[in-house]
Design a protein. Structure first.
Length: 278
């Protein structure tokens, strides 16, 4: 029988880049990385938010977290930032591609721009640029730095249950509106999250010989102030009968960054209360 290594979940000193770190889930990923001894590098356009978060994490965990303003659609900014991180910390161990626009489910009486037939091309381009092109650019530059480590590292793409199944548009229906004015989950959300799954599989084979593993998680919805009617409706479609709390994805993140997942590569992991099992 092999000897159990009690340290396999430790991530002490691992330098972990988190894009979209000012968002609800991004803050949670940063917190758990710091709590387990990792060094979160918090990327977001909202520098005042990530600076404040880094300060709070350092006060609580003393890990050397930093906040950085980076536009992940700007390749030169990413390239410069990757070089800066390596100069400051000596390495990059992990990348969490979390940043994405959150296209709104609009509710307008005359013309609903979330509907496919009305969806603006410039909004499509913006959403794809941040959620998919941004993940590609970050993987290209930060991922390459990870591949230069003697022991490699990890890339984690944050997809969604809606990268695996189509959105149930009935969840967003409003009484009193005609069909052509009914709000829907916009098309770009599904496209971005499905695309991240393809990127995950590609990257899982690309630097595998250098010890770089790439996996994705597909979170379900998070309870965050939605109406009671919406929560009741969506919960009825989930075997566990509820949405996730904001901290229920943190354990998976630590596991995937740590050596406990050393043979996990190319996996797409649903964390959705069983929704995609139906």
């Amino acid at each position: 029988m092999s000897k159990l290594n009690n340290d396999i979940f430790k991530i002490d000193g691992k330098v972990v880049i988190i894009t979209g770190a000012a968002g609800l889930l991004g803050k949670g990923y940063a917190e758990v990385i710091a709590a387990y001894g990792g060094v979160p590098v918090l990327l977001d356009l909202h520098k005042h938010v990530v600076d404040k978060l880094a300060s709070e994490l350092n006060k609580k965990y003393n890990v050397g977290a930093v906040g950085v303003s980076v536009d992940i659609t700007n390749e030169k900014q990413i390239e410069n930032n990757a070089n800066w991180i390596v100069k400051k910390f000596g390495k990059i161990d992990s990348l969490i591609n979390n940043a994405a626009n959150n296209p709104k489910v609009e509710n307008q009486a005359e013309k609903n721009f979330s509907r496919l037939e009305n969806f603006p091309l410039n909004t499509w381009n913006q959403d794809i640029s941040v959620g998919l092109t941004g993940a590609y650019l970050c993987s290209k530059h930060y991922g390459f730095k990870i591949s230069e480590n003697p022991n490699g590292g990890t890339i984690i793409n944050i997809s969604s249950d809606l990268g695996l199944i189509a959105p149930d548009q009935r969840l967003y229906a409003k009484e009193g509106l005609s069909k052509e004015c009914q709000p829907v989950k916009p098309v770009t959300y599904s496209i971005v999250k499905s695309g991240l799954i393809g990127l995950t599989r590609y990257l899982s084979t690309y630097w595998a010989d250098k010890g770089v593993r790439c996996n994705a998680i597909c979170p379900g919805g998070v309870e965050n102030g939605q109406s009671e009617n919406f929560l009741r409706s969506v919960s009825s479609r989930i075997p566990m009968g509820r949405l996730a709390s904001v901290d229920e994805y943190q354990g998976a993140i630590v596991w995937m960054v740590s050596d406990a997942s050393s043979y996990l590569n190319g996996s797409i992991i649903s964390i959705d209360g069983g929704r995609t099992a139906w």
